[in-house]
Design a protein around this ligand. Structure first.
Ligand code: ZN
Length: 498
């Protein structure tokens, strides 16, 4: 016969049980707290990012309106006296085109900070600030390799960048347009390659016709050189720049170059009406003087600021074929807004996630958000028959005040580089890749960059062999998803990184 358990044993078991219950309850409370903290942080970080993108886009609009107004001032000066010196007005436009968007960069930080809590602010990384400070130092000391748009421009530019970095950064410009950029394509400049390596998405190699790479790769020299650099017009800021260009030319010539739609005579009349009305009504130029000097305005050679033609193309409408964004099938876009290019502002932001629960690993180390916004507006022009018409801001090519508002736009249709989902992308392609191409994986092994880690993975022969073997067996299962763009794809550990 078994003796009954002693009272002391029973109480010992109860204490253990009680301890277990208490530990579980404590974990639940902490877990709940984490969850709540993360969810509410996510909302605040999202609001911060949206507000920042809108602030930057609004300043893009302000910048172009100011440049446009100074084009109008110049037109009035020429209508009053065709021999008048316009150098100072032109330089003022240069200054605004370069520094106006940086006011937007600063405003974007303030807008973001206003949306964050004190505990969020403690978890802001210093990464953005230190990167921008590096760029600032480059311009303050060496002035960069690119010619200045006006004398002393790089010192102004570097000083302003340093001010932004010093003020504290929580938001980064995600669509910078570097003065010097790769002019051409290379597989290592394609973010989807790294995503495919990270996800072991072997179908990417099959669908891109890069299957042989998995078998044939025999070391870093296999990649071939990176494309050479090209140079963008330095009248624009690299961050949130508005894609303008300064041309020394006549309005007649530039109108003829620009007009792809509508007759040139028609646009000349409309532009004349616009410039003449503004000079007479807003700048008090005499009607008679203005009419006499009209030919000089159109045929004389002066410096003007124009929209950069490739970026601001008018025959490049928003995509409407897709099922979802940006505009549903059958939805109509006002013609004056229906161009995809030109200035837009894409941002990225992140803060470190806060973890209280011991031993429980949340799937994210940081809370991040991406957003994009764009300035919108239109011109009201008087055509040859005296009727008012609404036109795209870049209708004449010449920059004129036209922007009225800024709106959020989907990230996918912004000028944010495609497929870039991890930080360090620009640092990777401009700083790490040249080292790697020159001397191999050891040169970048310690960089800590996510993209470099994928290259380290790629260098492993077993990794590539696994991919080649999988494709040998399953390449027939790879298919292109029908909805445009490369996503989807069959099995094989495929995962959509977006
Ligand atoms: Zn890297």
């Amino acid at each position: 016969m078994k003796p009954p358990p002693k009272a002391a044993d029973r109480s010992g078991q109860a204490i253990i049980l009680l301890l277990v219950v208490m530990v579980v309850a404590l974990l639940a409370v902490l877990w709940n707290y984490d969850l709540h903290a993360i969810v509410s942080s996510k909302v605040r970080v999202g609001n911060a990012g949206d507000a920042a993108a809108l602030a930057a886009a609004r300043w893009q609009g302000i910048t172009m309106n100011m440049v446009g107004e100074l084009n109008l001032v110049q037109a009035a000066m020429i209508l009053e006296n065709p021999g008048a010196g316009i150098d100072e007005v032109s330089e003022l436009r240069d200054r605004i085109a370069l520094t106006g968007p940086l006011m937007g960069y600063l405003a974007a930080q303030s807008a973001a900070y206003l949306n964050l809590s004190a505990s969020d602010e403690r978890r802001i990384s210093s990464y953005y600030g230190s990167r921008l400070a590096q760029r600032a130092t480059l311009y303050m000391t060496q002035g960069g390799a690119v010619p200045e748009p006006y004398e002393g421009a790089w010192l102004d530019y570097g000083t302003l960048l340093m001010d932004i970095a010093d003020a504290g950064m929580v938001v980064e410009c995600a669509n910078p347009k570097w003065f010097l950029f790769y002019d051409g394509s290379h597989i290592l400049l394609d973010a989807s390659f790294y995503n495919a390596v990270a996800a072991r998405y072997w179908c990417w190699f099959e669908l891109r016709g890069q299957g042989p790479l998995l078998d044939g790769y025999d070391g870093y020299t296999f990649w071939g050189p990176l494309p050479s650099f090209s140079q963008r017009p330095s009248v624009n800021s690299e961050f949130f720049g508005t894609d303008l260009e300064r041309l020394e030319s006549s309005l007649d010539v530039e109108l003829a170059n620009w007009s792809t739609s509508g007759s040139n005579a028609e646009t000349t009349i409309s532009l004349w009406n616009t410039l003449y009305e503004d000079a007479v009504q807003n700048k008090n130029i005499g009607r008679f003087t203005a009419e006499i000097n009209a030919p000089f305005l159109f045929t004389g050679t002066y410096q003007w600021h124009f929209y950069e033609a490739q970026s601001w193309r008018m025959d490049n409408p928003w995509p409407t074929y897709d099922d979802d964004f940006p505009f549903r099938e059958g939805w109509s876009v006002r013609p004056e807004f229906n161009y995809k290019g030109g200035a837009d502002a894409a941002i990225s932001t992140f803060i470190e996630a806060e973890h209280l629960t011991p031993g429980i690993h949340m799937d994210a180390d940081s809370i991040s958000w991406k957003a994009a916004a764009k300035p919108f507006g239109f011109l009201s022009v008087t055509n040859g028959t005296g009727n008012e018409e609404v036109r795209m801001p870049q209708y004449f090519g010449l920059v004129l005040p036209a922007f009225h508002q800024a709106r959020l736009i989907p990230n996918d249709i912004s000028s944010r580089p495609v497929g870039v989902s991890e930080p360090n992308w620009d640092e990777h392609i401009y700083e790490h890749l040249p080292l790697y191409i020159a001397s191999g994986i050891d040169a970048i092994r310690g960089s800590g960059c996510w993209y470099c880690r994928q290259l380290v993975q790629w260098e492993d022969p077993e990794f590539r062999a696994a991919g080649a073997a999988w494709l040998d067996a399953h390449s027939g299962d790879c298919y292109r998803s029908s909805g445009g763009g490369g996503g989807g794809g069959g099995g094989g550990g495929a995962s959509d990184r977006r």
